[in-house]
Design a binder for this molecule. Structure first.
Ligand code: GLA
Length: 392
């Protein structure tokens, strides 16, 4: 995964748009990737999550097409693809175009007809490392297209459109977290979301002494997609056995009482979800009173539970998290855990700002020495959610 920062603005994308299409964009949108601080595999169980938006964004520039056909360019280096209005709202190739086709279809279902558009996409959200580059893409496309149509689609609705696109056009059975934070993120704030009713609150993260460090494991296991769906199934099975609509209604006592009926696997999966919801509450309270030690402990507990009970970590990610305890500067790390769906991807750590570069250096060195893998990191503040960069 390339973690190199490259700034993208309305000014940087406009000349490229003109180069491809020979006219100016009418709308330019941006939507961020995310890192989840805590609350993993809880969203599709009606539970709590606590992510923050990254400063990395997906940027979409659009204008009505001058040809009657859609013309889309997926990156600055791509050639345009051409689609008929009919094709633009049905699944097809190339694969990346489904993120746009899905959004156009979902807008159509809501009575919003997107005319043929010329569209250029540029992004600095690292791709394929669990930082929600897909959600950023969907939400950015939806933000641009709804604005172009003059339709007021609120952020949460744009998030739902993104999730529906994943389900129906990308065939990823994801929860709502990634799209929700991309649409609703707020600079200098984390967001605590109740996935049962989509109510949320912002929690300020402005302490200059604490930094968010994201380190890529540089691995993605091919099991990933099947593994995610399998975990969802385990959770649903646990609910049917317990006779409850979702694991939100479960308690640790209930799980203990029904341990035999649940069987070891469903018991452990459910225990992760129930305990993780409690850790989100603990973490949120710690964040609010600036108790970074307590926040870090909750993160460490989350990782152990994802590793042992939910079994979505992997050797490489566990190595990174283990290094956060053993590097010479370990005392500067409050806590670390895997972030995102798992089976590879990134870890997130809360680190004393004064030492964050040193911690990152030691982590990368340790990782290279232990596993022979070169990797990269980024230090980030909570970024803003989806927005328009320009409207003619
Ligand atoms: C992926 C999904 C999210 C969420 C996480 C795990 O990122 O897209 O909906 O389920 O995994 O917490």
């Amino acid at each position: 995964m390339d973690l190199e920062q490259r700034s993208i603005t309305a000014d940087t994308i406009t000349p490229h748009f003109e180069r491809f299409f020979g006219h100016k964009p009418e709308v330019i949108s941006a939507a961020p990737g995310r890192v989840n601080l805590i609350g993993e595999h809880t969203d599709y169980n009606n539970g709590f999550v606590l992510p923050m938006a990254l400063e990395r964004i997906n940027v979409v520039a659009v204008a009505p097409s001058t040809t009657g056909q859609h013309r889309w360019v997926g990156s600055l280096k791509d050639a345009p693809i051409t689609l008929t209005p009919e094709e633009a709202s049905t699944p097809g190739d190339p694969f990346w175009s489904n993120y746009v086709r899905g959004v156009i279809c979902m807008l159509k279902r809501r009575g919003i007809e997107v005319p043929p558009v010329d569209m250029l996409v540029d992004t600095n959200v690292p791709y394929g490392g669990g930082l929600s580059s897909s959600a950023a893409f969907e939400v950015s496309v939806c933000t641009a297209l709804s604005a172009l149509c003059g339709a007021d689609v609120p952020p949460t609705e744009r998030a739902i459109i993104g999730q529906e696109t994943e389900h129906e056009f990308v065939h990823v059975p994801c929860g709502i977290m990634d799209q929700f934070i991309s649409a609703n993120g707020k600079k200098d704030h984390a967001l605590m979301l109740d996935c049962k009713d989509l109510s949320y609150r912002y929690i300020p993260m402005v302490d200059p002494d604490v930094s968010v460090l994201v380190i890529d494991s540089a691995v993605k296991h091919s099991l990933a997609d099947g593994g995610y769906a399998a975990r969802r199934k385990n959770c649903e099975d646990a609910c049917s056995i317990l006779g409850i609509p979702s694991l939100r209604e479960a308690t640790l006592e209930m799980l203990e009482e029904n341990k035999n009926k649940l069987g070891d696997l469903c018991y452990r999966r459910a225990r992760h979800v129930v305990a993780e919801n409690m850790r989100v509450a603990t973490f949120a309270a710690a964040l609010e009173r600036g108790d970074w030690e307590a926040a870090g402990i909750a993160m460490r507990g989350s990782h152990a539970s994802l590793r042992d009970d939910f079994e979505v970590s992997c050797a490489e990610v566990d190595t990174l998290v283990a290094l956060s305890y053993t590097i010479p500067s370990a005392a500067s790390v409050y806590g670390a855990r895997m972030t995102g769906g798992g089976f590879g991807g990134c870890i997130v750590a809360l680190v004393k700002s004064a030492d964050v570069e040193q911690v990152a250096k030691e982590m990368l060195e340790g990782y290279r020495e232990t596993l022979g893998i070169e990797t990269a990191y980024l230090v980030t503040r909570p970024g803003a959610g989806a927005r328009l960069l320009y409207k003619a």
